[in-house]
Design a protein around this ligand. Sequence first.
Ligand code: SF4
Length: 241
Amino acid sequence: MLDRPAMPRDAPSDELRARARRIGEILDHYFAQPPVPLDHVNAFELLVAVMLSAQTTDRAVNLVTPALFAKAPNPVAMAAMPVARIRTLIRTIGLAPTKAKHLRATAALLVERHAGQVPADADALEALPGVGHKTASVVLSQAFGIPAFAVDTHIHRLAARWRLSDGSNVRTTERDLEALFPAQDWGRRHLQMIYFGRAHCPARGHDPARCPICAWAADNAGAGQAASAAATKPSPRTRRR
Ligand code: SF4
């Protein structure tokens, strides 16, 4: 087993930077231009889609948003809709009752506080109902091009598996990844890690020696099963994120 190197916080070691560079090259090889998986045409639609995506698949979200956006293409229209109507339009995805309430409340606040616009500001976004740090980071990055490394439980666990972070929660992992990758790459790396997990990390046990990254980046070959389980299952420590 290889020695586990000191983990990054403020100043990553050369070894960690080299590891991150090599992982970045592999991610670029597999997913050179990763598309944004949630269908949208503007920041409002992206915000809504990301809010809907919690604990459900992007595909399920993309199935409901065309009808939702046809009825509520902007915050004014969404705020004018009864919660029950929104809930009906999104009923096929998980947590629809809560998400419907959050969508309407967020739309009302966008109208009230931000002249019907989605603010390009993390604090303002996170002050909206149903908008957490990860959602705000996705919107900043993908709608406004503002560097932000959105870290969900899957990215958190891949970062640990690849020894890029020993963070005990997604916020610490986010800080570590931001220290390891150039800011202009954060949005792309987020998407690439999501796509890598979906394409390469099966739900069932497998041989990590065949993995293009874990084969050399993980610190032992026997953790592939745990890693694959981790790639599909939120941990109790981080589930609230
Ligand atoms: S070993 Fe498996 S779980 Fe780990 S990164 Fe590779 S494919 Fe994913």
